[in-house]
Ligand binder design. Structure first.
Ligand SMILES: Nc1ncnc2c1ncn2[C@@H]1O[C@H](COP(=O)(O)OP(=O)(O)OP(=O)(O)O)[C@@H](O)[C@H]1O
Length: 626
């Protein structure tokens, strides 16, 4: 028997396949099973065009048989098989795909399922096998042949015996090395899990003899081993089924089976898109974030299938970061895969699918917001923060896309409201969308800065998450209405009348205010008569873009630059405390200094900021008491 050499280029290519193309050795099984499935498909297509043939589904299957003793793994199929010439051409020339040629010859365009196209998958077997033997009998032929190779040094072909048509691939599994455990490819449970992972939705049954134990008949404590042939794959993927055939429970079960989460999804989206672009998808909006969701460790992505074969477990390109919480699968025949089938080249189709999916998720969230507020609020509790990050990041590129998905607690409604709802009920004279930031709704409700705005009957949105103000700053406005913090020194509420009276108050108390400013010179930018306070004696406001809440957040970050908001101490001229302050100013300088210090510290406390010198502060209070 003559040993044939692989063509020169083929040798290099073979080396590439074995050592570089695939990052994961276990995929050899996916490749061989895909070939077997293609081989059965080819018979199926033949029966479509040849009336003398019938396709009896039960006759077609793939069988996996591990033999630990001899270190042999056999993958058999009842497919179309190969003639001597085909063995030579398809397995002797690397990158020659008989399947690709078959697709072209038979002009299988739409709805084709054939997986092979590059003509390299078969050789991935050499990643785990020292010898690969192929015994094949072509459909309609009386002769069988054996092809055998140990890899780079060539292959042999000789006549062989085989009862029925189809192909057996026999792998002599490599011995273990220090780095690599090859034994696992002979273990029943491991093979089963590889099949489930990559080939669960191959349309033909993948069978294996599975050994289990059971109670011996008639005995109460004696067990026996028994072996039973089982079909390992589910065959028909749920996403290929008709929506009408599926219940919510089916979708929930699939979510659990796929380990997308321990929770129950809030919503599922089943897409079946045909036309220029065709794909199927099942997407889930989970109820709860996974424990690592808001950490760097969390990996977003959807499972990507091509013709039911798993290509990528987490295809990140399919989801924008702001929808990173979405789980699910996408299956498309239209993807241009690269040779390793593991990565996709920058694929136009993939981009289109991603865009489609993004829009679909958004519209489904909008529907949820409209139709089931309670559920939406539950969702928002879990993932609202991610949407806000989406508005803030990428320099606000996505702000318009996402803004209508935001909800905030409203002082007026005492519940979560959308920006659209807020703006649509704004009185004509209200210039801004007001918001107040703080740790919790309860704390914000007590903020002195909210008094005037509330008094005017205007609604305030309560911001309790650290990202809120940053996101809103990025948005700048909503439907032409600017956002304004209630702590801002300019609330846009001044009427001419109170503007005049506050001006005369400022004038009247100019020296007192100047003196206070001097005493607090390195702490506040200015001391002013407040236009907003009613019941409280003092508060802090801010000039400029950076609010006091933002200062707190920035300074809580590692490597913070100790950034300071421009603070203004505001005093309520109508409060009794002011009268006492004025008296002290006129008669007792020490007392005035003491009061100034106390008022400033009170303002800090109300704002939730730390007092710079707590010992001095308590001493000062003591001074008042004695
Ligand atoms: N079990 C099989 N039965 C019949 N023909 C097979 C079988 N396995 C491989 N072949 C033939 O060998 C060719 C080469 O297989 P190989 O897996 O290398 O490439 P492919 O499946 O065509 O493409 P890809 O690299 O995309 O998997 C196939 O196109 C097919 O014609």
């Amino acid at each position: 028997m003559v040993k044939k050499q692989f063509k020169a280029e083929s040798k290099r290519l073979l080396d590439l396949v074995i050592n570089s193309i695939y990052t994961n050795k276990e995929i050899f099984l996916r490749e061989l099973i895909s070939n077997a499935s293609d081989a059965i498909d080819k018979i199926y297509y033949k029966t479509l065009t040849d009336d003398s043939l019938t396709f009896n589904k039960d006759d077609y299957y793939i069988k996996i048989v591990p033999d630990k003793t001899n270190r042999v793994l056999k993958i058999s199929d009842t497919g179309i098989g190969m003639t001597k010439e085909e063995l030579d051409e398809n397995l002797g020339i690397i990158a020659n795909s008989g399947s690709f040629a078959f697709k072209n010859e038979n002009e299988l365009k739409d709805g084709h399922e054939i997986i092979g196209q590059f003509g390299v998958g078969f050789y991935s077997a050499f990643m785990v096998a020292e010898t690969v033997t192929v015994i094949s009998k072509a459909f309609g032929s009386d002769e069988a042949y054996k092809w055998e190779s140990k890899g780079v040094d060539g292959y042999t072909i000789e006549p062989w015996e085989k009862d029925s048509f189809g192909t057996d691939i026999i792998l002599k599994i490599k011995e273990n090395t220090e780095e690599e455990n090859y034994d696992e490819y002979l273990e029943e449970y491991r093979l089963k899990s590889i099949i489930k992972k990559y080939s669960d939705f191959i349309r033909y049954p993948i069978k294996m003899d599975i050994t289990s134990t059971r109670l011996k008949e008639g005995s109460e404590n004696e067990y026996e081993e028994y072996t039973e042939e089982q079909v390992i794959n589910s065959m028909v993927p749920i996403w290929r089924k008709n929506k009408n055939e599926l219940t919510k429970e089916d979708y929930d079960n699939f979510y659990a089976e796929k380990h997308f989460g321990f929770d129950k999804p809030i919503k599922h989206i089943h897409l079946s898109v045909d036309g220029m672009l065709s794909y199927k998808a099942i997407l889930y909006i989970p109820e709860k974030p996974p424990f690592d969701f808001y950490t760097k460790e969390y990996e977003k992505g959807l499972e990507l299938y091509s013709n039911g074969v798993l290509i990528k477990e987490k295809c990140a390109d399919l989801l924008p970061d702001y929808f990173a919480f979405v789980k699910g699968i996408v299956d498309s025949e239209d993807l241009s895969l690269n040779i390793s089938r593991e990565m996709l080249q920058h694929d136009r189709q993939l981009k289109l699918i991603a865009k489609n999916i993004k829009n679909k998720i958004k519209s489904e969230l909008e529907n949820l917001l409209k139709d089931d507020r309670e559920k939406y609020e539950e969702f928002f509790k879990s993932f609202g923060r991610q949407l806000k990050y989406g508005i803030y990041s990428d320099f606000g590129t996505n702000k318009e896309f996402l803004q209508d998905l935001l909800i905030f607690y409203s002082s007026k409604e005492k519940k979560m409201v959308t920006l659209d709802e807020y703006v649509s009920r704004m009185p004509e004279e209200q210039k801004y969308i007001y918001y107040a930031s703080g740790e919790s709704i309860e704390k914000i409700a007590k903020m002195p800065q909210t008094e005037l705005v509330l008094d005017k009957g205007f609604e305030i949105l309560y911001f309790t998450e650290d990202i809120d103000e940053f996101a809103i700053n990025m948005m700048m406005n909503y439907k032409g209405k600017e956002f304004r913090s209630v702590s801002s020194s300019d609330l846009g509420l001044e009427t001419d009348e109170n503007e005049d009276s506050s001006k005369s108050d400022e004038k009247e108390n100019k020296e007192l205010l100047e003196k206070m400013k001097e005493l607090l010179s390195n702490k506040v930018k200015d001391v002013r008569i407040s236009k907003r306070l009613k019941n409280y004696p003092v508060c802090l406001a801010n000039d400029g873009e950076l609010t006091i809440e933002m200062e707190k957040i920035l300074n809580s970050l590692p490597n913070n630059q100790n950034i300071k908001a421009e603070k203004v101490l505001e005093i309520n001229i109508n409060h009794d405390v002011f009268k006492a302050l004025k008296d002290a100013y006129e008669s007792d300088q020490d007392k005035f200094n003491l009061y100034t210090d106390l008022l400033y510290n009170q303002a800090l406390l109300i704002e939730g900021l730390p007092i710079e010198d707590p010992v001095e502060f308590t001493n000062n209070i003591s001074k008042l008491m004695v």
